[in-house]
Each structure stands twice: as structure tokens, then as C-alpha cells.
Design a protein around this ligand. Structure first.
Ligand SMILES: *Cc1c(COP(=O)(O)O)cnc(C)c1O
Length: 394
């Protein structure tokens, strides 16, 4: 690798991120390496993106194989094998009775597309969207309208009209909000940005029934919680509920930008050439990598290992919470955990303190510390990180 001189400031980058810490110049396994050689244990994984960690042979091999064909991109005007195979693989896992996939380039784009698909499917009388308190669905105009974060929304209002945010878990409010004018009900089966909140299976089943009754499309946004994060390939699997659409992104292509909208056959039947498109979506490079990532994660042994590590880690965190009065509650499943702090404590303080001790964690809102490590993480590494976190919180 040729070493370029590192930049000394970020003045030319638009100031929409509050970037902190060192420049990271390399990664290996579950560690990021800073310019001075310091290694950071990564419980953030690029915000739940790097499920196979850094420099994983599966991703290296897939990228190399794809590059050997000379095709980074071919237009969606033509056929290309990797995307077709990836679609078949994802749909087979998501919808046993059949479906189709549309590929895009990010999570927000996946949700925007899913809203459009539901509108086309529902016809001109069904125009409304129902989302839930604590939700995060992206930063574009419709996905932001379905996102319950006043600070993110306020400067950009008016957003898309006809969106209602209903209290999560409130069946009566949901029954009032979901009417025959509702095109879409969108929910994260485990909320990420909203504070790591697993949604009870009963509530997902209730929404399924309500959507069927009122003729609305149910979207599971599994952009953060999907693809093995919670110990099953899809987070809502154990609810037994099949959504009409499932959106994916973050870990899908091993760190390359990619999103997907999986739709059941009855949604697919409403869509025709010209209804939606994107230039880059599902190109051969990203699709080749995604196929190998999905296959690796979908292995029963891989998912069982996530569940085992998650069960152990959850107990470790509950022990920590008992010893640290600053921690009010532990929530999560698999390798997606939130530590809610007692009122008056802010997560950012402890995220910064952990970074000082070479542990990267995330916040989720004001008072939740979020942990979403690479799924390949070893138990020893989980223990090492937990010990740092406990020291910081004590
Ligand atoms: C990150 C995220 C999104 C948005 O994805 P981007 O790729 O940042 O646009 C949407 N929904 C959920 C649940 C997310 O976690």
C-alpha cells in the first residue's frame, strides 16, 4: 500500500457529520486500526454494516472474482447474472410462496421505493402511510416523513403529506390510524436508531391482521435488524408474520452500498416496466459480493453462533447493569443490544469515554448506548469490550 500524507482537516467535507476520533487507515477482523497503529475493538461495525468484519476472505474473494470479469457496472437495460441469482436467493429465504426483488443503493432508497410500490398496488384511493413512534426509516422526503425524529424533520418541513406516526405497541391507536385509505404500514421489527427496541411478536401479528382487513401493505424495515443481526436471517422470523415487502441494506453487500426491496408476488403483479428504476441498482460487483455475504450469513451454523454469542452477551450485559446504577435497562437479541441509561445520563459521554479506551460503540438517541458488532466476533472480544464498557460506566 502506498501511504499518502493524511489530511489535517476536513474543511472541504460538508459539515453534516460531527466526526470524531482518529483517521482510520485499516481494518482486520473486528478491529479498526488508526494512523498511529492503535487498534480499536469495533462494536459499531460501520453502523451494523460490516457483518463479516474487516478484510474478510469471503468479501475479498468476491470482489476479486467480480473485478476479473471486468464488469463493475452494466445497465439495468440488460441482463446480468449476479443480480438475478441474488434476487432468487433472497426471495427464497423471505417468501416461501414466491416473490421478487428490486435492488437499489441505500436503505432510504429501499423504503422510498417500497412506498411507491405500495401506492401503485393500492391504487389512487390508498395514499396514506402509517409508521410508529421511535421509528427511523431514512433521510429522504418520504422516508423522513415516516421517521419519528423531530430534530431530523423540522428543518425540512413540509415533508410528504399523509403520514401518521402511531405509538409503538398501541393496538387501539393502530386500529384507528390504519383505514381503507392506508397504502402502507411500515415498522422495524427491532428498532435501531430509536433505542434498540424489539417489537413484541403479538404486535406484528396484530398489524398483519389489520393490514389484511384494511387492504394495506405491511413493510418490515429490516435494514438494520435483518440479515442475521438478531440470530435469525430475518428479525421478524419468530413472529411467523410474512410482510408484503421487506427492505434491506446496511450489511447486504459487505460494506459496498446496496439496498433491496423484496416484494411478494401480489405486490410484484402490480408493477410494470417504467414504474421504478435506478441507474446503479444491483450491478454485478455489488451483487456478487452480496450473494456471498447472504450465503455465508444464512448458513444455519453461522446463525446458531450469533444466537449463542448473543445469549451469552445478553447475560453479560445484564450482570453489568446490576453492578452499574447508571444503566436502567438492557434490551436486544442476537448481536443487537441497547443499554438505556437512567435519566440525566447521556449516551454520548460514554461513547466518547469508551473510544478513549479503544472501544467503539454507538448511541441510539440521547440515552441509549447501542452495540452492533460484526457478527463474526469472538466471545473473547465480546468479553473484552464488555469489560471496557463496564469500567467506563462505573
Ligand atoms: C440506516 C437505516 C435506514 C436508512 O439507511 P441509509 O442507507 O442510511 O439510507 C433505514 N431504516 C433503518 C431501520 C436503518 O437502520
Amino acid at each position: 500500500m502506498t501511504a499518502l500524507p493524511l489530511s489535517t482537516d476536513a474543511a472541504a467535507l460538508l459539515g453534516v457529520y460531527a466526526r470524531v476520533g482518529p483517521h482510520f487507515v485499516a481494518g482486520e477482523g473486528c478491529e479498526l486500526i488508526a494512523e498511529d497503529g492503535t487498534r480499536y475493538l469495533d462494536f459499531a461495525a460501520g453502523i451494523a454494516v460490516n457483518a463479516l468484519g474487516y478484510n474478510h476472505p469471503i468479501i475479498r474473494d468476491a470482489i476479486t472474482r467480480a473485478l476479473d470479469t471486468g464488469l463493475v457496472h452494466v445497465s439495468n437495460l440488460y441482463r446480468s447474472e449476479p443480480g438475478e441469482r441474488l434476487a432468487a436467493e433472497l426471495v427464497a429465504h423471505a417468501f416461501p410462496t414466491g416473490g421478487q426483488a428490486f435492488f437499489c443503493n441505500s436503505g432510504a432508497e429501499a423504503n422510498e421505493g417500497a412506498f411507491k410500490f405500495a401506492r401503485k398496488w393500492g391504487g389512487p384511493q390508498k395514499t396514506e402511510i402509517v409508521a410508529f413512534s421511535g421509528s427511523f426509516h431514512g433521510r429522504l422526503f418520504a422516508s423522513l416523513a415516516a421517521t419519528d425524529r423531530p430534530d431530523y424533520r423540522r428543518p425540512f418541513e413540509p415533508l410528504l403529506a399523509g403520514v401518521q406516526i402511531v405509538a409503538l405497541g398501541d393496538t387501539e391507536a393502530a386500529a384507528r390510524a390504519i383505514t381503507d385509505r392506508t397504502a402502507v404500514v411500515i415498522i422495524e421489527p427491532v428498532q435501531g436508531e430509536g433505542g434498540v427496541r424489539p417489537v413484541p411478536n403479538d404486535f406484528l401479528r396484530f398489524l398483519r391482521e389489520l393490514c389484511d382487513e384494511r387492504g394495506a401493505a405491511l413493510i418490515f424495515d429490516e435494514i438494520q435488524c435483518g440479515l442475521g443481526r438478531t440470530g435469525t436471517l430475518f428479525a421478524a422470523e419468530e413472529s411467523g408474520v410474512t410482510p408484503d415487502m421487506l427492505t434491506l441494506a446496511k450489511p447486504l453487500a459487505g460494506g459496498l452500498p446496496m439496498g433491496a426491496i423484496l416484494v411478494t408476488d401480489r405486490i410484484a403483479a402490480a408493477l410494470a416496466p417504467g414504474d421504478h428504476a435506478t441507474t446503479f441498482g444491483g450491478g454485478p460487483l455489488v451483487a456478487t459480493v452480496a450473494l456471498d455475504v447472504v450465503r455465508a450469513i444464512a448458513e444455519p451454523e453461522f446463525l446458531a453462533a450469533v444466537r449463542d454469542k448473543g445469549t451469552w452477551f445478553g447475560e453479560r450485559l445484564r450482570g453489568l447493569a446490576q453492578r452499574c446504577p447508571r444503566v436502567r435497562e438492557i434490551r436486544g437479541r442476537g448481536l443487537m443490544w441497547g443499554l438505556e441509561l437512567v435519566p440525566g445520563q447521556t449516551a454520548a459521554t460514554f461513547v466518547a469515554a469508551a473510544r478513549e479506551r479503544q472501544l467503539l460503540v454507538l448511541s441510539a438517541g440521547l440515552n441509549v448506548i447501542r452495540i452492533v458488532p460484526p457478527l463474526i466476533i469472538a466471545r473473547e472480544e465480546l468479553e473484552r469490550g464488555a469489560a471496557i464498557l463496564e469500567a467506563v460506566l462505573s
